[in-house]
Ligand binder design. Structure first.
Ligand code: 8OZ
Length: 359
């Protein structure tokens, strides 16, 4: 019987098991937003997971909105990632790069020339951004011109090529959590009147055109997508999430992607508080391999695999704190707890110093 420990093929990527590492922003890149040797050690420690999805990785300078997030658009960044992919592969793992553009979830302090960040529409997010030194209010972003969209798509395509050059097994397009693509997808942040705004067909157009370009460049069997239909993270929502995301999922079927990575619920909020959404409907609609994520433990993940509700399960907090999570699951061993104080700071502390089980 299939379970979490069974191998799985996601497009062109062969996984040793169905335990996937969720993308986790850790803010430890070096000067020039270059991946470091410490990051290579962190990912190498977690290579027994069937697949690692990297932390969100900006595709271009304008795509940054947090301090010390590693990019994939300069030669130095590609060289840094190469050390990481080599370390993970040498340890027997697989790794894909999560391609990211934050859109309006940024600040002029992060932007080349100190200009406002871009977004589908000039709508300021509620809340504040940490610029590396202090908290500042978000600003009103500049709405992208229709004529700028091909250049944006080209940046995603180039980043996907760069990821392949860096030795990744594939890429994941980050279309969730309130960042640029999600700002296009969901109705509250997209008030465009061109072909990229309005009904769900238009709001989904940017994601689908990015996939057209990326799949042509690196192969659809090495490309995945992350969606998070109801997360309120970064101040946005959709008036009809079920309709929007059923439409998007149907469209994804025509690409033959390596996987769809579905982030359920609302961050760390308890499941009772989640905006209702029928995830089983997306499972039924989607014809490819499905990774499901959020709030799974060993038992519920096993159940999801055994019943066919998912092909793989992604774990964030558990893999953050337990580099050998696969072995701990196998042995039914106890788990380390994450140190939330050290999520985004602390260098090696709370990063590469979580204990492994002793042999
Ligand atoms: C937490 C902090 C910073 C970024 C996401 C990339 O939610 C993120 C992120 C999460 O997808």
């Amino acid at each position: 019987m299939t379970d979490l420990f069974a191998p799985l093929r996601l497009g062109a990527i062969e996984l040793a098991n169905r335990i996937v590492m969720s993308p986790l922003t850790r803010c430890r890149a070096g000067e020039g937003n270059v991946p470091t040797d410490l990051m290579a050690e962190y990912y190498r420690q977690r290579a027994s997971a069937g697949l690692i999805i990297t932390e969100a990785t900006p595709i271009c300078p304008e795509g940054h909105g947090y301090p010390r997030t590693p990019g994939i658009y300069t030669a130095e960044q590609i060289a840094g990632w190469k050390k990481i992919t080599q370390a993970v592969h040498a340890a027997g793992g697989k790794i894909v790069c999560q391609l990211w553009h934050v859109g309006r979830i940024s600040h002029p302090d992060f932007q080349p020339g100190g200009v406002p960040p871009v977004a589908p529409s000039a709508l300021r997010p509620a809340g504040q951004v940490f610029t590396g030194r202090e908290m500042k209010d978000y600003v009103t972003p500049r709405a992208l011109e229709t004529t700028e969209i091909p250049g944006l798509i080209a940046s995603y395509v180039q980043a996907a090529r760069n990821a392949m050059e860096a030795g990744f097994d594939g890429i994941e397009i980050h279309a969730g959590n309130g960042y640029l693509i999600d700002q296009f997808l969901r109705s509250s942040t997209n008030q465009r009147t061109d072909a990229y705004g309005g009904g769900k067909e238009n709001r989904a157009r940017l994601l689908l055109e990015i996939l057209d370009g990326v799949c042509a460049a690196i192969g659809s069997d090495r490309a995945g997508v992350r969606l998070s239909p109801v997360t309120p993270f970064n101040d946005l929502h959709d008036e009809h999430p079920q309709e929007t995301f059923e439409y998007v999922t149907k469209q994804l079927n025509r690409y033959g992607l390596a996987f769809l990575d579905l982030l359920q619920g609302m961050g760390g909020a308890p499941a009772e508080q989640w905006i209702p959404f029928d995830y089983e409907s997306l499972r039924a609609i989607y014809s490819g391999k499905l990774i499901r994520n959020n709030e799974y433990n060993f038992a519920s993940a096993q159940e999801a695999i055994k019943t066919g509700a998912a092909d793989a399960i992604a774990f964030g907090r558990l893999l953050l704190a337990n580099p050998d999570l696969v072995e701990r699951f196998r042995r039914g061993a106890s788990l380390n707890a994450p140190d939330y104080e050290k999520l985004y700071t602390g260098e090696e502390k709370g990063y590469t110093d979580y204990p492994f089980l002793s042999a």
